[in-house]
Each structure stands twice: as structure tokens, then as C-alpha cells.
Design a protein around this ligand. Sequence first.
Ligand SMILES: Cc1cc2nc3c(=O)[nH]c(=O)nc-3n(C[C@H](O)[C@H](O)[C@H](O)COP(=O)(O)OP(=O)(O)OC[C@H]3O[C@@H](n4cnc5c(N)ncnc54)[C@H](O)[C@@H]3O)c2cc1C
Length: 301
Amino acid sequence: MMAAQKDNPCWQGELVLNEPMARHTSWRVGGPAQRFYRPLDLQDLSAYLGQCPEDEPLLWLGLGSNLLVRDAGLPGSVIAMQGVIADIELLEENMIRVGAGASCARVARIAARHDLIGAEFLAGIPGTMGGALAMNAGAFGGETWNIVAGVTSIDRRGMVHQRLPEDYQIAYRQVQGPAGEWFVSADLRLQPGDTDAGQQRIKSLLAQRNASQPIGLPSCGSVFRNPPGDYAARLIEAAGLKGFAIGGAQISDKHANFIINTGDATAANIEELIKHVQAVVEQQFDVCLQTEVHIVGERKV
Ligand SMILES: Cc1cc2nc3c(=O)[nH]c(=O)nc-3n(C[C@H](O)[C@H](O)[C@H](O)COP(=O)(O)OP(=O)(O)OC[C@H]3O[C@@H](n4cnc5c(N)ncnc54)[C@H](O)[C@@H]3O)c2cc1C
């Protein structure tokens, strides 16, 4: 890893070369990013993008809590958004504007503190607003895009666009929108409520999460999307795979849809375990499990 020389004065953020992605993913695995860029603000992000070659591979990074980066790493630029463009602003009519780099937990807390309800489900999702928009993250019956009134996006030339939910195809943990655009902020429409009730609900959702999930161990949350009418965790458990391990990657004993890095897992261990689970569940139950986690980068040869 080394800090890059600023030979182009048009950007002001922090550029690091060959930054290990294991430092930026919740699984604690992943090879180096060729260029790891943390912009200063929206204007600086726009300037950085504007000077990138047209074919520069770009990967947007929030808190890396739903990303499996392969061991040989990523070509091109990783745009690190956590804590950047992270303001949360109160708007009129029970709306808040949230920067893509704000953590979901902060969004939930600040909404509740201002007597607004509907964002409590975000409290235990260990990602950023940008990641929640990209994944349509959800929990306990709440879903990100159910509260989105509009978003601001940026394209690879650094141009900013205002978009409406109608501009996106939104499904369970899947979002497709205008190609080559990424999220910089969202306007969330909430309901008037009561701070105490909101804070109580946040507490109770976090307690439910702690009771059922291996919180604190390196994972990416649920690896597989639930198939229609069933639960991935139920199928994996019924296939007898709880506790099964490949190298340092292990199916959690507490929640079968979680894969834990027990200490020395590689991305290849995790990917192999994902494939093994898919093969066993398909063989036993004729169900093809689809990954929720995004798998990116190049394999080590
Ligand atoms: C312990 C644990 C519990 C979890 N529980 C839940 C849960 O209850 N519900 C749930 O839905 N998820 C859950 N997750 C998964 C994860 O936290 C969510 O998917 C979260 O929304 C990912 O946000 P992130 O900022 O970490 O995104 P990242 O992992 O950094 O990125 C995920 C994807 O979003 C893209 N992306 C990130 N930022 C942007 C942006 N600004 N614009 C466009 N694309 C972007 C990335 O390129 C990548 O493709 C859990 C994960 C863990 C580790």
C-alpha cells in the first residue's frame, strides 16, 4: 500500500495504491484495490471521476458488509464512500436527506431522535445508506426503497442526476437503475411519531438480532437470498451443513445463512463454501440458492 502522488491537481481526496480490501470488508478478506479513492465531498468525487479514463473499472464501497472481494483484488478504482457525503438533513413534511456515506445505524437514530418513524429497521444493518440503496436492504418487515422518495446519483463523468423510485426496478435485495450511475444521497419519507417509541423499537430489533445472529464475528450477514416461500437458512440447516467448513470459512452454528471467517479464511475458501452449499441444497431439495452478497474481483491463480 502506498499513497499516490497527486500529479493531477483537479482532485483533493485521498488516493492509495494497492490498498488491501481485507481492511474494508466485514469478512476481512479480499486482495488489493489498484486505486482506493476517498473523495473529500461531492464536488471532489465529480472531479476524480471526470479525470478517470472512460474504461476505468469502478467499484463503489460503503462499509463492505455485503461484498466478497476475491484474493487477487480489484483493477481500477474503488470509491470509498463511508463517512464521505454523509450529512443527514431534516427536510419539510417528515422527510430527511441522507448522504450515501452515512451509516444506516445513524440514519435510524437521527430519525427517531426527531420524532420520525419508519427507519428503525435500518438500526442493525451494518452498512451505509448507499449500500442500503444498492441492495434494497431490509429487516423485520422494513425495506429501504419503501421509504425512498427520490435519490441523487452520479455518473462516471461526474454528472449529478435527480432520480425517482420509478426510474429503478426494485425487488427483494435487488435494485436495477440507470446504467453507470451510483448513489450520492436519498430523500427518505418517514411518518410523524414519538421519539421514545422509535428508540424502544430500535432497542428491541437490535436485541432480536443479537439473539439470532452471530454478531461480532466476521461475516457478510445472509449470504443467500431466501427462495420464494422458504428460508435459505432452513434449507442449509436441513441439509446438515451447520458448522461445515472449508479452510477458515465456516457455516455459522447460530444462523445457517451466515458464513463466518474463523480467522484465516481466504475469499477462495468462502466462494468454494458458497458453491458447496448451492450444490448440496440443489441436490437435496431441488432449490437453486442465489447469492445476496456481491462477489467481485479476480481469483488468485
Ligand atoms: C452482521 C450483518 C448483518 C446484516 N444484516 C442485514 C439485514 O438485516 N438486512 C440486509 O438487507 N442486509 C444485512 N446485511 C448485509 C449488508 O449490511 C447490507 O446489504 C448493506 O446494505 C450493505 O451496505 P454497505 O454500505 O456495507 O455496502 P457494501 O458492502 O460496501 O456494498 C454492497 C453493494 O452495494 C454497492 N454500493 C455501495 N455503495 C454504493 C453507492 N453509493 N452507490 C451504488 N452502489 C453502491 C457496492 O458496489 C456493492 O455492490 C448484514 C451484514 C452483516 C455483516
